[in-house]
Design a protein around this ligand. Structure first.
Ligand code: MN
Length: 434
């Protein structure tokens, strides 16, 4: 599949929309005026209410089953249906919302019942997340951070064999806009031998790609690398908020714990594999001397087209910048091309021991930094652990995040000859410790 034959929508704001033109059609769960959460699709400045469309008799066959599975404000059962119904729904939406749709008048006549303004709606988590796993596949980040902790040995010997990950906390994943309360915990100040307890002083963001699992696997079975991409329902942006001082004290020997589990923010729209199809790319060749992936992680088709070209951006505003009307300051411009492992390799690896994945599980890619200044996906890397503060347009300086700071993640796909699509935003503002 490449570009749909219908490329313009009669929903005027969709045409040329930075994130949600007709070619994207990301899926999500929204509510309006305090209503129960509903299944919808973003189109320009609007949300097309799929449950209202179902009631209006606009959906049939597999597209109808797809929306029926998602009623009640959680997409897990829809994710579990896999690719077929998802594609059928997309094709029906291209017909309904595309220019020249014979149902244009009927849909428009229903007004906000079918097409509310997104600005009047509230977004929710798209699924009940039973399990969340955070990987570490951004090799530039792994090297940048490794250098800070182990200057002579930045990358541990398992990195090029194992897609490293750890089990994260699902209960504290929140959609964009949720408040980020500064956590409290144990930290070991430099030069001390016993820890302090108090508010985190080194609060950071991590720029990651989120991966939604579609069809799962029975416990004891594994998902073959050749089939793994079919088990992914879609993608989002993910901010793995991190308390660096808590992390530095607690992380050995089992990895991060309370330094990560206080909140993880995600963009609420699920961008499908179908929408991302034009922006697939070959997985970058491994540098000379790197080992080949073990056979259970190696698939020719995955190597040829299992990567993505998604531009990822992080912006910061402080309370003072917002008061002065200053624009958001860009901290990071990076790309999914810095992933050392593909999303299919993450799925195959996660299940190779018989671990059960379930529809609506969420993976984080790990921080996706590039190798250069301006491409670092965390303040830990940008300020070298607080040694090199950055200056903001307001004249303020930052080593780590202060109360009132807001972090905004954005993701965009561009390719000559194709409409650009985006992920929408993932925002969060830091509130003082309580
Ligand atoms: Mn992370």
């Amino acid at each position: 599949m490449s570009q749909p034959t219908i490329t313009r929508s009669w929903v005027a704001s969709a045409n040329g929309h930075a994130d949600f033109p007709l070619q994207n059609l990301p899926l999500g769960v929204f509510s309006r005026n305090g209503s129960a959460p509903r299944f919808g699709v973003a189109i320009g400045e609007h949300i097309f209410d799929l449950e209202a469309a179902l009631e209006a008799g606009l959906l049939e066959g597999a597209a109808r089953s797809a929306v029926e599975a998602a009623r009640g404000g959680q997409l897990n059962a829809f994710f579990e249906l896999g690719r077929g119904p998802r594609v059928a729904l997309r094709e029906r939406l291209l017909e309904l919302l595309g220019e020249g749709s014979t149902l244009h008048g009927k849909i428009q006549a229903q007004g906000v019942k079918l097409l509310p303004l997104a600005a009047d709606c509230q977004m929710h988590l798209p699924a009940k997340i039973n399990d969340y796993t955070d990987f570490y596949v951004g090799i530039e980040h792994a090297q940048n951070v490794g250098k800070l902790f182990r200057p002579d040995n930045p990358l541990l010997p398992n990195y090029k064999y194992v897609p490293i990950g750890y089990h994260g906390r699902a209960s504290t994943i929140r959609p964009s806009g949720a408040e980020v309360r500064r956590p409290k915990g144990q930290t070991l100040p430099a030069g001390q031998t016993e820890p302090n307890f108090g508010p985190c002083a080194r609060l950071d963001y991590e720029l990651e790609l989120g991966i939604w699992i579609g069809q799962g696997n029975p416990m004891g079975d594994c998902i073959a690398i050749a089939d793994a991409a079919e088990h992914i329902a879609g993608f989002c942006l993910l901010n793995d908020w991190s308390a660096r001082d808590i992390q530095a004290w607690e992380y050995q020997p089992l990895g991060p714990f309370l330094s990560k589990s206080f909140i993880t923010s995600i963009s609420p729209w699920v961008v499908t594999a179908e929408a991302l199809e034009p922006f697939r790319r070959a997985q970058p060749a491994r540098p000379e001397g790197d080992p080949q992936p073990l056979p259970y992680l190696l698939d020719a088709r995955d190597q040829a087209a299992g990567g993505f070209d998604i531009e990822l951006e992080v912006l910061l505003t402080t309370a003072a910048m917002r008061e002065q009307g200053l624009p958001a300051h860009r901290l990071t411009l990076s790309n999914t091309g810095y992933m050392y492992w593909t999303v299919a390799q993450m799925v195959a690896h996660h299940s190779v021991n018989g671990c059960q994945l379930q529809a609506g599980d969420l993976f984080g890619s790990g921080t996706l930094s590039g190798p250069e200044n301006g491409q670092f996906g965390s303040l830990l890397e940008i300020t070298e652990g607080g040694k090199k503060p950055i200056e903001l347009p307001s004249g303020e300086v930052r080593k780590f995040l202060e109360d009132g700071d807001e972090i905004i993640l954005r993701g965009r796909c561009r390719r000559e000859g194709f409409a650009s699509i985006g992920f929408g935003e993932c925002r969060g503002t830091v509130l003082p410790a309580r």
